[in-house]
Design a protein around this ligand. Sequence first.
Ligand code: COA
Length: 461
Amino acid sequence: MAGNLDALFKPKSVAVVGASRKPGKIGYTILRNIVEYGFKGKIYPINPKATEILGLKAYPSVKAVPDDIDMAVIAIPASKVLDVAKECGEKGVKVLVVITSGFAEVGNVEAEKKLVEIAHEHGMRVIGPNIFGVAYAPAKLNATFGPKELSEGSIAFITQSGALGIALMGWTVMEKIGLSALVSIGNMADLDVAEISEYLADDENTRVITIYLEGLKPGTGQRFMEIMKRVAVKKPIIVIKAGRGKRGAVAAASHTGALAGMDQVYTAAFKQTGILRARTVEEMFDWARAFADQPIPRGEKTIIITNGGGVGVLATDAAEEYGVPLVTPSEELKQKFRETMPWFGSPRNPVDLTGQAVVDNYVKALNIAFDHPDIDNIIVLYCRTAILEPIDLAKAIVELVRERGEQSKPLLVGMVGGRDVYEAMQYLNEHKIPAYPSPERAVSSLAAMLRYMRYRNRIIC
Ligand code: COA
């Protein structure tokens, strides 16, 4: 079966069944994205009414294609999907990506069952139906009808909500959140969130798996837990589970009592399986950014280095609240930090370089933090001041990390200020130093890393 999932992420050839001739239609957009994002494999538009689409020869059916097809993306009306699935099976297609809506989500349960039956009879796997597609950046594959471009990186995102997934594609580009894979799972008729996660756990291009989940299919909870336990040992998993509160539960499925109770079951299950539960999309990607670009912590002891007392205090509060232990510097360590700051600074934790701090103060303090064995994790904070341009600090941090070579301690940055601070954060994020627009978000992300470290240490030891 794993071979078939290779066909989902790294197909050698893709057919788009229902590749429309008309710009703006879903089948056209999927074909255009596959072509224009730069897929290097073979692409076959399938449309009985066309001879050529987007400069590619079109075929009337998959069977007319004179070549093997690994993946068939299906974007034709539901009434025609089963016949096409059968043809795909006979052709030897390995995986069906069924975009089409109108199956179990509207009560058409039998057709959905039949679809999976046909697929399995022919050794095919199905993703969907009712999805916006699949993208895998390392293969330059964007078989979705979302935006054409992806921000490439090592975060995999699996989503049960199509609209949210499409919306977040654009948002991740803007926020410089790099994705390896983007998978819309829709009705989960065959492949589900657990099986996709299991595949991505062994994917060398993915470092962290993020999931937007509304609910599991009845009877699949145990299997989900078993698989996710195995996945979590290999890679961090962050889930945002919608329908948390009573009203949210009603919105998700209109059965208040049962689902509100269910939410506690999910919380317990996530805890047992090492899944990190985020409350918001923002939080999920904040944490994911840290996992994607920084090493997993080796210990708990954290130092905060700041140029502003206020943000230092806020970070200290957040550390206490989220469970991030702050190191109490020894006299020897304090003496080292003292040499990096004016006489009125503070070498305690937070290390306060004061509003007078320039690049050199930060660089010296950071080098001490990286070198000192009493410190495991580093949070750098910056408040906009007149004497230190944020971009200069960002560049110095990137340069320092580059010069030091392999990074053994996580470094997260929190910055507060206006547009130029935002640009400096973008620069840091582009260079794989996670940067957040508040001290709390940096601390929350480190806290997630520590929770994961504790879980993994418990399981592995
Ligand atoms: N094989 C290949 N192509 C076929 C075909 C077949 N058996 N039957 C029809 N086609 C062609 C059509 O001729 C058309 O091409 P054209 O525009 O060049 O004429 C194209 O396939 C699409 O068929 P059409 O009947 O126009 O369907 P549509 O584009 O209006 O709708 C879906 C198809 C899949 C988009 C629609 O049924 C659907 O499910 N929409 C919702 C999708 C969605 O939201 N998914 C979930 C997202 S989260």
